[in-house]
Design a protein around this ligand. Structure first.
Ligand SMILES: Cc1cc2nc3c(=O)[nH]c(=O)nc-3n(C[C@H](O)[C@H](O)[C@H](O)COP(=O)(O)OP(=O)(O)OC[C@H]3O[C@@H](n4cnc5c(N)ncnc54)[C@H](O)[C@@H]3O)c2cc1C
Length: 380
């Protein structure tokens, strides 16, 4: 699957990312997954290559690429390792993008150049034990204290937290009063009053570490608030569309990896005197996978191209995210099915794809939240 309409510089990045994946990721991904370890050094390497800054302008330390290039990068990385792609995208499309879109000039200068070089890594700390899809139930409190805030609460399931240097954190200045009191803060994780838990054990995404962040009487200066008090989170949701485009591209990349694995298996495995790929059911499944993944990719590229052209693209980003991540889950399940018992063994890539894929349907707003967003846009 190629896109004949990609520009020369887009093809160059795609090819460079493919070579990087083949050299640095593919030989190691199974071992990283078994060890439940994020290759932190790989994020630094991608920073040196300028890739972490792909979607950011040069004046903040980025490489001025844009959303299409970023989507290409996410898709290629996810093809090599969903966990590497998850860590990269949480750092860039969520933590760094929030600082870029909502931060003051001083905050951008303080945070972004080192973060986009990969010298410092960020995480996005929104979810809590009681707050998942329902944003208004965030209970982490930011109490105004003198010339700053005191933070209390806990953040759960936070990707990159075990090794991150800073967090973009959602907290409320009035926890019982709902959405309009939520603010964003960019918080150094070595501050007194912050404890990061041990890496949490999970079904998939073994290459991406996550942990709980507990805040107890953590004092931060007012200069660490991102955007206006009270409406910071709502503002963030309006501008952080890059995350949905990235999640969609991620789904396409992981789905393509699953498709390639199934295709290889179907060519090599002989049953009833012929390779599986000669069976009509198998051929049609592989054809359906390729078709749906291509449709997902075109939706993703469309949203990214609208974003790069400065046009409204929120609904298109939601459509791409919804379709690509559900297609990815379906493709990973079909790939495992076609690989049979061999795919079920822990040394097989098919079982890893199957374990990794599901989370894409939850992050950046679950499928149901995306459907609700699209339905609301249709109502006008
Ligand atoms: C591997 C992994 C990494 C993660 N990384 C991060 C991270 O870095 N930072 C972070 O903040 N969070 C992270 N999360 C958490 C993520 O933000 C949440 O999973 C997400 O917000 C959804 O919340 P939930 O899982 O609590 O599901 P819930 O909100 O409890 O939803 C459960 C189910 O109910 C459905 N549902 C909920 N409300 C409705 C409704 N109104 N209508 C219809 N259906 C509904 C949902 O679609 C879903 O299917 C991560 C999670 C995982 C598994």
């Amino acid at each position: 699957m190629t896109d004949a309409l990609l520009a020369e510089h887009e093809i160059q990045l795609q090819e460079a990312a493919r070579a990087f994946v083949a050299r640095e990721i593919t030989p190691n991904v199974a071992a990283w997954d078994r060890a439940r370890r994020t290759p932190r050094e790989l994020l630094a390497r991608m920073g040196e290559l300028g890739w972490l800054g792909t979607a950011f302008p040069e004046e903040v330390g980025g490489s001025g690429g844009g959303s299409v290039l970023y989507a290409l990068l996410c898709a290629e990385l996810a093809r090599g390792s969903a966990g590497v792609a998850l860590s990269m995208y949480v750092h860039t499309a969520l933590a760094c993008a929030a600082v870029h879109h909502l931060g003051t000039g001083e905050q951008r200068r303080r945070i972004l150049p080192a973060a986009l070089r990969g010298a410092r890594i960020g995480c996005w700390a929104y979810a809590e034990p009681g707050a998942g899809s329902d944003v208004s139930s965030v209970r982490t409190r930011a109490r105004k204290e003198g010339d700053g805030y005191e933070l209390d609460g806990s953040k759960l399931y936070i990707t990159n937290a075990p090794f991150a240097d800073f967090a973009v954190l959602v907290a409320s200045t009035a926890p019982d009063r709902g959405l309009k009191w939520l603010s964003l803060f960019v918080v150094e994780l070595d501050r007194p009053g912050i404890a990061v838990g041990r890496p949490m054990e999970k079904l998939g995404m073994g290459v991406s570490e996550m942990a709980e962040i507990v805040l107890e009487g953590c004092r931060i200066p007012e200069a660490d608030r991102l955007g206006p008090e009270g409406t910071g989170f709502i503002e963030a949701m309006k501008v952080l569309t890059l995350g949905r485009i990235a999640a969609a591209a991620f789904g396409v990349g992981l789905g393509r990896a699953a498709h390639e694995t199934a295709l290889t298996h179907a060519r090599e495995r002989v049953q009833f005197g012929a390779p599986l790929v000669r069976q009509q059911f198998v051929r049609f499944t592989l054809a359906d996978m390729a078709t749906r993944l291509e449709a997902a990719w075109q939706l993703t590229l469309h949203a990214a191209r609208l974003a790069d052209a400065g046009k409204s693209h929120g609904t298109e980003a939601s459509m791409a995210k919804l379709f690509a991540t559900e297609t990815c889950t379906w493709a990973c399940e079909r790939a495992l099915h076609l690989c049979g018992a061999q795919g079920y063994m822990l040394e097989s890539a098919a079982q890893r794809f199957y374990r990794d894929c599901k989370v894409l349907e939850w992050g950046e707003g679950t499928s149901e939240i995306q459907r609700e967003t699209i339905a609301r846009a249709l109502e006008g």
